[in-house]
Design a protein around this ligand. Sequence first.
Ligand code: ADP
Length: 617
Amino acid sequence: MPHGHCYFWEKDILIPIVIGDLLTFLSYMTIPILLWKFVKNREDLRFGVVFKAFAAFIFFCGIGHLIDVINIWEPYYRVSAIAKMCTGLVSLGTVLMLFKLYPKALKLPSVSRLDNINDELKRKNKELVELNEMYDDTMKAVRLGYWHLDVESNELYWSDVVYDIHEMERGCNVDVASALNFYHPDHREVISELVTNAIQNSEPFDVQLKIITASQNELWVRAIGKAELKDGKPVKLKGLFQDIDDLKRKEEQLTQNESALKEAEDLAQLGNWRWSFDRQERYWSDGRFKILGYEPGEIEPSLQVALDSVHPEDRERVEGTIKQAIEKDEDYELSYRIINQSNEVRIVKDKGVFVNLPHTKGQYYAGIVMDITDESLKEQKLQESLKALERSNRELQDFAYVASHDLQEPLRVITSYLQLIEMSYGHLLDDEGKLFIESIIKASARMKTLINDLLVLSRLETKQRDAVPVDLNKVINVVKEDLSLKIIDSNAEIKHPELPVVYGDEGRMRRLFQNFIGNSIKFRRPDVDPKIEIEWSDVGEKYQFKIKDNGIGIKEEYFERIFTIFQRLHTREEYEGTGIGLAICKKIVGKHDSTIRVESEYGKGSSFIFELNKSKG
Ligand code: ADP
């Protein structure tokens, strides 16, 4: 019996039931289709099977509603039973699946957690961008770029830095041939072979070569390349490219410096060494080996080898000094003899400096060893000649002293007898005879002065005098008295301020000022009255004096010569004298560790400048 009977075929019951069931059927048919499509289009969807099972369950529910409508008029209850059974089974399957998936589904992130993940992702992304920028900056800073070449298409890629190194506009087109052309003509063949070899035999390369940039600058670069293989075949060549010009030039400079150092070591017969306490570092330069007569690197450098080469007579002293220096972390300097590999005795100077580096453990000694054999021999010879010279000088001085001293007596006898002859027999002589006697007396007087001056000079050498305070005002007064006749004769004017007290010998000070003032009067201009000024100033440890006159002056070429004994610029007829005066002055001032300087304008006057001691020291 059709199901309509149950509704008494009442239209107001049937119509809503039929319409309701049909609408439900249509909806239940649409939902599975949409679900099915959704699952198909969303590949990332998890638990797709459940969606499909749910779609099947809705489908069978829909079929159930359709059969319910049919059953109102036609009683297909068996079909209805089958449909219901299918619905039941499918729904049971769906439930089981849901049970199984439930814990997993629970773990699925909620929308808010997804938002968090999204934020995290954004942050990470930002970090990545920053990191990328940093990476770019670093690459630029170290002038390191990268490149790759597609083997098949021959397309070449350069990063920005690679363009910068080539001084090319970033991003402009470059092909392999023009890239290789940037290399220096001397290096072009090398790089071409390396690139070909990398492509053909997957042989990587890492070379330092020169390029000539677009602006014609020569640069050292490092080029690294490596093939990328696919199925055993190279598909890509990729690598790095770095500007190493600075580094290379420094390296070249270093090599040059090293060879200059080697040359200098060779020339100076010098070697240097380093020796660290932990014995990690023992370095000898080539020169150090050579001094001992070894070829560079021939033996393992060590302190023991160095000590073994020391001459047996010097060994104890050398070992003692070096060991003591090491114990106290001190520097040392020694000269000693060594016996080199050719059994030659050489003299060396060895200087070691303790180097303490504050931030490292590695304290060490560094030093130089210098072969000073030739210098030592020269020095030895020089010292010997100096001694011989001193000896002969002393002998000469002794001779001059003895000679001048012993000559005084016979000269005195000659002069006395001449005076006696003149007095007793003068009346017997004719005019010519008197003239002869007069000439002999004059010559004897000159000889007396000469002998006196010589005696003064040699006494300066032989006799040491204690330095005592000498008031120069008193000295000048005595000098003026001694020279009073000459001063009056010449109408000389002597001006000076209050003079200081100096340390020296009074007699010598007198002679010094007397010689200068005497000369100033003697070498006056014929028609000009002599004006002599004495000035002085304090120059630290000494007083400086200047004795200035308005005399005949001295030509510059004679400035040195006038201080040499017996050197005179005039004949005796022009100006009398012995030529010893300034030599005596030079000696006296020399005793005060000073020299005499002359300033003069020829024809106008001269100044003599010198220093005297302020104190005893
Ligand atoms: P001497 O006075 O006995 O000739 P000195 O040794 O005193 O010897 O001087 C050497 C020379 O230096 C003198 O002959 C003279 O030519 C020159 N000389 C020295 N003092 C003066 C001076 N004040 N003016 C010009 N010439 C001078």
